[in-house]
Design a protein around this ligand. Structure first.
Ligand SMILES: Nc1ncnc2c1ncn2[C@@H]1O[C@H](COP(=O)(O)OP(=O)(O)OP(=O)(O)O)[C@@H](O)[C@H]1O
Ligand SMILES: [Mg+2]
Length: 232
C-alpha cells in the first residue's frame, strides 16, 4: 500500500465535508476519484497532501501514520501534488515554476527525465506562465508534481477545462507515468470516459461519503453511484 485514508472526517469552514472517507492507493495504481462539484474531491486530495487535517480517522503513507505530518514533510517523503486550477505562477517561466517545486536548480538529467513524459515542456521551458495555453499549463503542472519523483502523485481534476484532444494527450502522459511504476490518485468531476485506459480502480464520492469502489467502467452501471453522483 502506498497511501490510505481510514474513516476520515474533515471540516471546512465549520462544516463537515468528509464523512468517514476510506480509500487506498496501491503500488503502481492509478486510482480515479469521481464526484460532482462540491462532493469532496479536493478536500480528499488535500487531506492526503496534509493541507487539511482530519478531526477523526487516519492518513497513512508508505505504511506510516502521517495524520499529523504537515504538507512540506509529506512532499519530502514523496507526495507530489497537481492542484485544481493548475496554479502556475504567471510571472515566472516554466523552468522557474519547476525550480520552486524542486527547491533549487533542476538537474539536467531530471529535466531530460521529465521530457520523456512531457516532451512539449522542452519547447516552452523559458516561457512565462502567463503566456502558456491551458494545455501547456496543465503539462507544466504535471511536470512540477513529478519533478521530485514522488511515490504518490495527487492530481486534482487535471483534465478540467481542456479541449478533448488536449485532455487525451494529458491522459496518455499520465498512463506513461503510471507504466513507469508511479502511483497516483486522479479526481474527475465530469467525464469518466476520459480516464479510460488509465484508471486501474475507481472510487465514487458524494457529499463527503465514498459511494462506490470498483472498476472505472463499473461506476456507470452501479445504481447507487449513478443515483448519488449523476442523479439518474
Ligand atoms: N474553504 C472552504 N470553506 C468552506 N467550505 C468549503 C471550503 N472549501 C470547500 N468547501 C466546501 O466543502 C465541500 C467539498 O468541497 P471540495 O472542494 O472538496 O469539493 P470538490 O469535489 O473538489 O468540488 P469541485 O468539483 O467544485 O472542485 C463543498 O461543499 C464546498 O463548498
Ligand atoms: Mg475540487
Amino acid at each position: 500500500m502506498i497511501a490510505k485514508l481510514e474513516g476520515v472526517y474533515v471540516d471546512r469552514g465549520g462544516v463537515t465535508v468528509l464523512r468517514g472517507v476510506t480509500l487506498e492507493v496501491g503500488e503502481g495504481e492509478a486510482v480515479a476519484l469521481i464526484g460532482r462539484n462540491g462532493a469532496g474531491k479536493t478536500t480528499t486530495i488535500r487531506t492526503l497532501m496534509g493541507l487539511n487535517r482530519p478531526w477523526k480517522g487516519k492518513v497513512y503513507f508508505m505504511g506510516r501514520d502521517v495524520t499529523g505530518v504537515p504538507a512540506h514533510e509529506r512532499a519530502k517523503m514523496g507526495v507530489g501534488y497537481v492542484p485544481e486550477g493548475r496554479r502556475i505562477l504567471p510571472d515566472l517561466t516554466a523552468l522557474e515554476n519547476l525550480e520552486i517545486a524542486y527547491g533549487g536548480k533542476v538537474p539536467e538529467d531530471t529535466l531530460e527525465w521529465l521530457f520523456q513524459f512531457v516532451p512539449d515542456l522542452r519547447r516552452f521551458l523559458d516561457r512565462k506562465g502567463l503566456y502558456l495555453s491551458g494545455g501547456e499549463q496543465q503539462m507544466l503542472a504535471v511536470a512540477r508534481g513529478l519533478v521530485r519523483r514522488p511515490k504518490l502523485l495527487l492530481l486534482d481534476e487535471p483534465l478540467e477545462g481542456l479541449a478533448p484532444k488536449i485532455a487525451d494527450s494529458i491522459t496518455r502522459t499520465l498512463r506513461q507515468i503510471r507504466d513507469e511504476g508511479f502511483s497516483m490518485l486522479i479526481s474527475e468531476s465530469g467525464i469518466v470516459k476520459r480516464l479510460e485506459g488509465l484508471a486501474t480502480k475507481a472510487y465514487g464520492i458524494d457529499r463527503g461519503e465514498i459511494v462506490y469502489e470498483g472498476t472505472l467502467e463499473g461506476i456507470l452501471e452501479d445504481e447507487v453511484a449513478r443515483a448519488r453522483i449523476w442523479g439518474v
